[in-house]
Design a protein around this ligand. Sequence first.
Ligand code: C2E
Ligand code: SIN
Ligand code: SIN
Ligand code: FE
Ligand code: FE
Length: 351
Amino acid sequence: MRIEQQQHARIFVIDDEASNLKLIDRMLRGQGYQNLILIDDSREVLVQYQVARPDLILLDINMPHLDGYEVLSQLRALDDPLLPPVVVLTAQHTKDYLLRALASGARDFISKPFDRNELLMRVRNLLDAHLAHRLVYDQKSILQSLVQEQTEELYHTRLQVVQRLGMAAEYRDEETGNHILRMSHTCALLAKQIGWDPVQCDLILNASPMHDIGKIAIPDAILLKPGRFEPDEWAIMKSHATVGARLLEGDDSDLMCMARDIALTHHEKWDGSGYPSGLAGDAIPMSGRIAALSDVFDALTSVRPYKKAWSVEAAVDLIEENAGKHFDPALVEVFMRELPTIIEIRNRYAE
Ligand code: C2E
Ligand code: SIN
Ligand code: SIN
Ligand code: FE
Ligand code: FE
């Protein structure tokens, strides 16, 4: 490692004997090390560590109050992924003594009385290794936070695009964009009640606003027609499901996949009489079944260019009658049980 970086490294020297501190200080300064922190009371080590994280620690073992082993275990308890190497300063060389220091987390030893060359070599080698480790660690965490930032940004951008697309589709045949708010919150509520996890519930909340995105391609003369459709008009209107799915193709994010499923299947019916594919029962994705129920309830109780708003009672009657015909009967059951909350959502996002 570059000499310059070495010389700026912070080194703790911990020894209760002032003469030892002075000696090491002189030897290291003589080699150009400038950031030495001398500590003669081992009870101060932790505080100093928080103030200025060292790159290397030289540690005496036999000290009053807190001995070197206790300092080592305090340091380990910090759980610092960048804990610097600790070198034990010792006059003893019994095997037990050395093993215990190693087991406590010491990296190496320097014998007393100090040999200048041994001290300098140990310090240089251990600092080298630690500074390299720190460099790699810093780069890794910078990378990690960059990746996370970009992932979050992408998610939020996509969400914005998705919600605005949904609003754009609804603005033409509705007074406000509130239909998609009521519809999507009802979807998330039903999903939660059938046991979807929070991530999936969040997905359907954000994917369902695009169910009618295909209406963008329907001419005003048809979409806004106050009366009933001729057969050719009806055929064009029904194309909004496949057109919507095509618009949402080509992005394999979970959000877009679910949005596409919903656009494509929100007019399928449980008994197979829906469009565009005539799917029945379990062949209809659950997300599409949930969207169908939430969409029809809200469409019925809202004003449209071709119809007045139904009362909640009339809408609920139609839904109950259609359990097992238009709608998944198990979902209708959940819908009935959750009706008070669904009405609450309706009121919260009223026109
Ligand atoms: P939408 O207005 O958002 O309605 C969504 C779904 O709610 C309808 O899907 C239907 O299942 C249900 N729904 C809405 N109003 C009524 C109603 O008065 N009676 C009954 N029984 N169900 C109702 P659907 O039928 O596949 O229609 C899809 C879209 O086609 C509708 O979306 C709407 O934009 C358009 N549409 C349907 N019928 C007419 C119509 O007679 N005139 C015009 N201008 N548009 C229509
Ligand atoms: C879930 O995992 O909670 C259900 C997901 C799904 O059906 O798409
Ligand atoms: C979906 O919910 O998007 C599809 C999962 C299923 O088939 O239920
Ligand atoms: Fe639709
Ligand atoms: Fe709708």
